[in-house]
Write a protein that binds this ligand. Structure first.
Ligand code: SF4
Length: 177
């Protein structure tokens, strides 16, 4: 039996959605019989591969690097899943959106810093003016709200996708914790 090629991607999120993915615990072993995790912060692969069946993305699009990664992932993926409120609505990262980006950077790197008070200009991804949800840039196939979505819900979504079905999530999920 050919295993599905599954990836998880971490953009501007707190990693709580990936922690919830790991909370599937022993059910991960069952899934491992039916899928290969070909890219993820949970495994040591650096390049997003070709021909991924399912890509599950945590976090909003907040930087130029996020956006470039999102387009790259979308171009190599059949089914793209927005996992968690940050991916679906921009959620916590969007709390900066009402403020001017320069003010946000000065607040973080100068006013609230005890040492090395300066906004970095090298070796950090350039922020976009606003944090945005994934679907504002690319086609999203499955939306999974929650902060984070429960391990049970993630297991249901992945299991359905591995069976070739689109998960029916009405009444099974909600925004927030
Ligand atoms: S949706 Fe919640 S748990 Fe997931 S990355 Fe965002 S803040 Fe963290």
């Amino acid at each position: 039996m050919t295993k599905a090629r599954v990836a998880t991607v971490w953009m501007d999120g707190c990693s709580g959605c990936h922690m919830s993915f790991l909370d599937m615990d022993e059910r991960l072993l069952d899934l491992a019989d039916r899928m290969d995790l070909v890219y993820s912060p949970l495994v040591d692969l650096k390049e997003f591969p070709l021909e991924v069946d399912v890509a599950i993305i945590e976090g909003s699009v907040s930087s130029e690097e996020d956006l470039e990664k999102l387009y790259h992932v979308r171009s190599r993926t059949k089914v793209l899943v927005s996992l968690g409120d940050c991916a679906v609505t921009a959620n916590v990262p969007s709390m900066r959106n009402p403020f001017d980006l320069d003010c946000v950077l000065r607040r973080g790197y100068e006013e609230n810093a005890d040492v090395n008070r300066q906004v970095p200009v090298e070796n950090v991804p350039r922020l976009l003016p606003r944090a945005r949800p994934l679907h504002e840039f690319v086609k999203v196939d499955v939306f999974v709200p929650g902060c984070p979505p429960s391990a049970d819900l993630i297991h249901f979504v992945v299991s359905e996708l591995l069976e070739g079905r689109t998960p029916e999530l009405a009444g099974q999920c909600r925004f927030g914790a």
